[in-house]
Design a protein around this ligand. Structure first.
Ligand code: 13P
Length: 259
């Protein structure tokens, strides 16, 4: 687990890059940047596509990346074994050295129809297999009902979790309207992200969870232009970066702005 004073930067590579060679170039750039630092105030997680997990895992065990970067997956299946064509299990990921798993990403919720119930089962699979869930929540539109929407999504996503287990979770607030893949995307402002994180915490408290989740992140169109606005907030422990994390110059620029 990263220590609390360090900001956590998660690279969600989504369905990119196309080749392992390009993935290696991104990691080389980051490694070179890490090598130039004295104080290391960041923890990194790289979440490549399943097909690159094993090789990226090997690269992360080398050079400067070794002490600062961990391997993450973008999804998991909710059962540990069975006849489930196309799926990848928790034990498979754990044995590959995966430490973190993204759950409930809005692209899976909205494009692939993953319900809160499915996300909840996947969340339990991550915990059962001793990895850290990065649980994405966020409203699709910020309309008059967004608070109710967020509250219900949080209640259903975390249903049945013990306090101990909630304490192991990282929650990423990612408003769908702010994600760069959305044609109408516009970046969020820190104030509304803080308001939403407040709603998430209040919902968990109201559902009997005294212990809060371990860390709270923001995601949605994070770039070198706005990362400081989010990261300087005490309530925001890090960022989940999509598009900008597969552009090596831009990603290193983002890292250079993390204090
Ligand atoms: P973008 O940074 O491309 O908006 O993606 C955010 C995201 O979905 C990270 O999980």
């Amino acid at each position: 687990m990263p220590s609390h004073h360090k900001k956590l930067i998660i690279a969600n590579w989504k369905m990119a890059p196309n080749t392992l060679a390009e993935a290696g170039q991104i990691l080389d750039s980051v490694d070179e940047y890490l090598g130039s630092l004295n104080e290391k105030e960041i923890s990194l997680v790289f979440c490549p596509s399943f097909v690159f997990l094993e090789e990226v895992g090997k690269i992360l065990k080398t050079s400067h990346l070794e002490h600062q970067a961990s391997l993450g997956a973008q999804d998991i299946f909710w059962e540990d074994a069975g006849a489930d064509t196309g799926e990848v299990s928790g034990p498979m990921l754990n044995k590959l050295g995966v430490k973190y798993v993204i759950i409930g990403h809005s692209e899976r919720r909205w494009k692939l129809g993953e319900s809160d119930e499915v996300v909840n089962k996947k969340l339990k699979a991550v915990l059962r297999n001793e990895m850290v869930p990065i649980v994405c929540v966020g409203e699709r539109v910020r309309n008059d009902n967004f608070k109710e929407f967020l509250k219900e999504q949080v209640e259903k996503t975390f249903a049945g979790l013990s306090q101990d287990d909630l304490g192991k979770c990282i929650i990423a607030y990612e408003p769908v309207w702010a994600i760069s893949s959305n044609p109408d995307a516009h970046p969020d402002a820190p104030d509304s992200a803080l308001e939403s994180i407040g709603i998430i915490k209040k919902t968990l408290l109201a559902n009997g969870h005294l212990l809060m989740a371990n860390l709270y992140l923001y995601g949605g169109s994070v770039t070198s232009k706005n990362v400081t606005d989010f990261i300087q907030q005490q309530e925001i422990d890090g960022v989940l970066v999509g598009g900008a994390s597969v552009n090596k110059e831009e990603f290193v620029k983002i890292l250079s702005l993390i204090k």
